[in-house]
Design a protein around this ligand. Sequence first.
Ligand SMILES: [Zn+2]
Length: 390
Amino acid sequence: MLNQDYTTKLLDLEEVIIKNVEKDAQSLHIHIELPKKEHHCPNCNTTTSRIHDYRIQVIKDIPLGKKTILYLRKRRYGCPCCGKRFYEHNSFLGRYRRATKRMISAVIEYFRKLCPASEIASTYNISTTTALRYFDAVNYGATKLPEVLSIDEFKGNAAGQKYQTILTNPKDKTVLDILPNRYESDLIRYFNGCFEREKVKYFVTDMNPHFRNVAKICFPQAKIIADRFHVIRQAVWAMERVRKNEQQRLSERFRKYFKHSKYLLKKPIDRLTDVEKDRLALMLEISPKLAEAYRLKNEFQEIMRAETSLIGKPLLIAWLYTVEAMELPEFRDCTRACRNWFTEILNSIDYPWSNGFTEGCNNKTKVLKRVCFGVRNFKRFRNRILHCAN
Ligand SMILES: [Zn+2]
């Protein structure tokens, strides 16, 4: 009797009476039934407790130490008034389901982990197809647009498209939606279908002109913020181009030295060790042009750290004039981008929002794609990302 109470507690299914428990090496077989009760006929609403017959229903449940199968002796009632036959109600099994509700929700919950569906399936002793079928009940609808909206693309290879678009709210760190492609026209159509677009006050994007066009059309009231890491990268890339051009002119020995020491050019000065400082100094001594480029890159980073755009703006203008006057071909893309994104760059000085969170999500998605061996079904892919991220 004690054992039975224990199992009842373990089962913790409402009203269930355990009739028998059998164990074998792999599984636990639990025979259950529900208390006899008065039921209302679904056809004529007559109250009845007249039993017509019984059927055994096999139900999968969450593993209680080992694979667990419930055998429910299901009662069928017969209505004395209209003759309708109907099964008794229970609270733990969904209609047309062969697994308990808690089993299905446990499986769905497991899908939040970045792991393949096959792992989830084997944990719950079900087939991968069944696990995926349970998960397909999950459907994330469109969310409300936030005050701060961050947009980015990622290589998802889903829905026959190489790139997908991700929308996040960097303020409360949530993923809002995944869109099947990155086309301007489709993005505009998507946002035009969203309610309360005027609520978006800030639109954060990398320096992608398509995303900016979308913002200007769909969110004319919002401030567009260029992601500051992308902005700074422009200057870093320019410096890197100088380094590459310079090291080509050098002897084999110095070329290797430059290659091995290139990370020092990107490392924050205050984090350089004394040995590293010496290595860097030697590099800059060998190539005065690289020394110039390094200085320009650092100055640019410094400008981006300005307290406000009011302070940063004249500094950025002066920097642009200086660089342009130097006529460094390696910096041409950088200065062009800075002029082209001038307002958005200054906005990134004034507001703390960036695409950092969004890019973190993209990394998670990469892991997900790898463990799932790619996800071809876009709807499932989208739901899985939203499920894992939120
Ligand atoms: Zn009836």
